[in-house]
Every structure is written in C-alpha cells, then in structure tokens.
Design a protein around this ligand. Sequence first.
Ligand code: ZN
Ligand code: ZN
Length: 314
Amino acid sequence: MDTIQNGIEQVFSYILNIEKRTYWAFLISSGLIVFIFHKVQVHKTSFVKYLFPKKVWLSNSAFVDYQLLILNAFLKVLLLSAFAIYGLRFAYEVTYNLEVWFGQPISLSATEVVIYYSVTITLAKDFAFFTIHYAFHKIPFLWEFHKIHHSATVLNPFTQYRLHPIEMIINNIVAIFVFALVTGTFDFMSDHQIHQYTLYGIGVFSFLFLSLGANLRHSHVNLGYPGFLEKILISPYQHQIHHSSDPKHFNKNMGGKFAFWDLIFGTLVRSKEVEKVKFGLGKENKDYDTFAKSLIISPIKNLGKMINIFKRKR
Ligand SMILES: [Zn+2]
Ligand SMILES: [Zn+2]
C-alpha cells in the first residue's frame, strides 16, 4: 500500500517538486519565454494555439511519454530509494575520509562555498550526464535503450522523462554518486555547513537553468541562442537538433546544460546550421509508437538480433 501511495506521490512530484524540470513554476516561466518568442516571431496562430497544439500534447507519441513517466516514477520508488540512502552514506564517508586524511575540516567563507560548490556540482553533474549520454549513443547495446527517448515524433516538456527504465536507473545511480562525491567534499570544506548553501535544495545554477526555459528543449518552440552563446550553453533548438531523424545530425549536441563538452568532443552543431528538424527515428518510429513496443517488444527484438549476429561472428 505504501509503495502505491509513494508511487502516486512520485508521479505528482514531477509537477510539485522544485527539483524537477517540469515543476509548475518552471513550466510557467517557460510559457512566459514562449509568449515573448511568439510576439517577436509574429505567428499567424494565436499564442494559446501556438503553445498547446493538439498534435504535440495529445498525440500517440506524447501518450507514450506520459506512460513511461508514470512507470518510471513507480520504479524509482521501488528500486532507487535504497540507492539514495546509500548515496547519503557515501557522502558522509567522503567527508569522514577527507577528515581522516587532512585532519580538521577546512572552513571556507560562505561566499567561497556558494561559488565553488555551485560551479563544481554544476560542471560535475553536467559532464557526467554528457559522458553517459555519449555512451548511450555510441555503444550499440545501450543505444537500443536510448532509442526510446529518440523515438518521440513530437516533443513536449514531459518527453524529458521518456526514458527506458534501464536508462532511467543508470542515469539516477550515476547522478546520486556524483552528487554525493561533490557534496561530501564540500561538506568537509565548509565545516559541515553545506546544507545552508543550496537554494531550496537545488544549486543556484540549476535554479537559473530551470527557470530560464529548460523545458523548451523538449518542445516545438525552435528557440536558438545568439552567436557565441551556443558554444557555451545548449539552446532549446540545439537539443531539438539532437532529436533530428536526419542521419547528418545523429550523435550531435549530446550536452545537458553546457555546449562546450560537444565543442571539445567535436559533436557540436549550432542552430544557424540547421533550418528545419523532423523528430524521431525515421522508418523505425513505428516500432516505438505504443508503450508496450517501446518498453519491451522492440528492445528485446533488437537485442536478440544483436546477440545472434554476435554469436554468428564467433
Ligand atoms: Zn540522445
Ligand atoms: Zn531529449
């Protein structure tokens, strides 16, 4: 009974928890950005029609997003609560070991902690995300699971959570350990005061990122950033290019918040280079147009094929 209740709470947390990208206030702030974008771009359609097209919010593809979100919320409760507790213990162990190695905790000033912690946690989490995302694209076995995210033929903010449970679990475990490692280190460096220096439990930069239209990455609003900025921050349109069904754009723009990882690894594409984007996997879209096909049928079929090819080669 508890699991069901916690699962339902987890589903609603996507809208009600400030740590989630789709928190209601971040959805509203994204809507305000779209309002300005719509005014500047002079669209024929009204703002409301532009923001809520039926084919984006009520399509088959969108319903697969919603179903996967609900399933993943329950799986999180069932499988990941233990890891979150282990992550906390891991953070304490990091602090404890640093104290053993270096003696008394270092006591940075409040300003120093805020700046160093926010920058470190943001960079560490983003680089970890880039690395896993890169692996999910480049390793064929992992790509079979990540395909589910890319099979969306329309994007809405909840497509962010259209993930195969295998990917959701790997992403969460890595995120928990990166968070624990950095937070444990800064707990040591702030003389156990780190809890005071996060804004509502999330970092300052995360808060800015989420308030400033992070939700538009998974949307039909093709907002790019001007000039040089797209080499530093991934714009909504740059992530939409990542979802392109055109082979030219495969394995491009794999960054989360920052674009410089893609710049360093040679996978960056800027908005001005791409005029129009069609989302999805092209011919393969039909293999992922229902919840059951996305979750079980297509991954098993494709992994089976892969194993057979591997056996024949041997
Ligand atoms: Zn991807
Ligand atoms: Zn995406």
